[in-house]
Design a protein around this ligand. Structure first.
Ligand code: ADP
Length: 251
């Protein structure tokens, strides 16, 4: 997985990312840090083809541009969101099964889940420790449990790549640590390449194999957690949180 010369400029003129080059090693757990507005979500959305670059390329694990095989790339990519985006009136299991819809395509998406698919969903719920809650409505689960269902929904796809955008931002610190523990352990066990944005530096240090920090659409730190020093943190978060790179830098 890599991005080469990746740039995103929105119609409004805001440059969210300016010519970013990054390579993500298979199986590594990379944490994206940076102030609000730095471009983390935009980078994650580009990695899944949800945002369209205005410059450069996103290359899939096999080195071909994802734009050429977008459907296949999305099937291989699990997404975990801050607000987990579960459907509250559906059970945990039904929410996990939604993760498999993209694998079916066309009219098959309208058919009831097969026995094999239901077993896969239960297996994913088991991995996140929620097998006993499979039939519980999602809106009756705690915030941490809901995010674990969100992880199971991504996991059921058997992804090669896991993208998570501030997956623990709405959880208390103890629950957040448990959810991140789980996410990091599963990705490690399954050899899944993970790219996770966080706003807590201490969590980044604890879970990341590598930290990439963005500020104003540019990479301002890239290295192992033990190299992230106090002055790097000041540099990352010291820049104006909403500033985007200037048109000149982008050109
Ligand atoms: P982060 O995830 O680090 O908070 P984002 O990627 O969400 O940063 O945003 C980067 C910049 O792009 C910000 O200046 C933001 O306001 C802008 N931006 C994000 N999405 C859009 C959009 N759809 N239209 C216009 N500007 C956007």
């Amino acid at each position: 997985m890599a991005v080469a010369g990746l740039g995103v400029r929105f119609g409004s003129g805001v440059v969210a990312l300016g010519r970013v080059d990054l390579e993500f090693a298979p199986g590594a757990f990379t944490v994206l840090l940076g102030p609000s507005g730095a471009g983390k979500s935009t980078l994650l959305r580009c990695l899944n083809g949800l945002a369209t670059p205005t410059a450069g390329h996103v290359l899939g694990p096999d080195g071909t541009p994802i734009a050429r095989r977008l459907r296949a790339h999305r099937r291989e990519t699990g997404m975990v969101f801050q607000q987990h985006q579960l459907i509250g009136r559906l059970s945990a299991m039904e929410n996990v099964l939604i993760g498999l819809l993209g694998q079916r395509g066309g009219w098959r998406a309208l058919m009831p889940a097969s026995r094999a698919e239901r077993e896969r969903a239960l297996d994913a719920l088991d991995r996140v420790g929620l097998l006993d809650r499979a039939l519980t409505r999602a809106d009756a689960l705690s915030g941490g449990q809901q995010q674990r269902v969100g992880i199971a929904r991504a996991l059921v796809q058997r992804p090669r790549l896991m993208l998570a955008d501030e997956p623990v931002a709405s959880l208390d610190p103890v629950t957040a640590a448990k959810v991140l523990d789980l996410l990091a352990r599963i990705c490690r066990e399954d050899g899944i390449t993970a790219i996770v944005s966080l706003h807590q530096v201490d969590f980044a240090r604890r879970y990341a194999d590598r930290i990439v920090a963005l500020a104003a659409g540019a990479v301002v730190f890239d290295g192992p957690p033990e190299r992230l020093a106090q002055d790097d943190i000041a540099r990352i978060y010291g820049s104006s949180p909403t500033a985007a790179v200037s048109e000149e830098e982008y050109a």
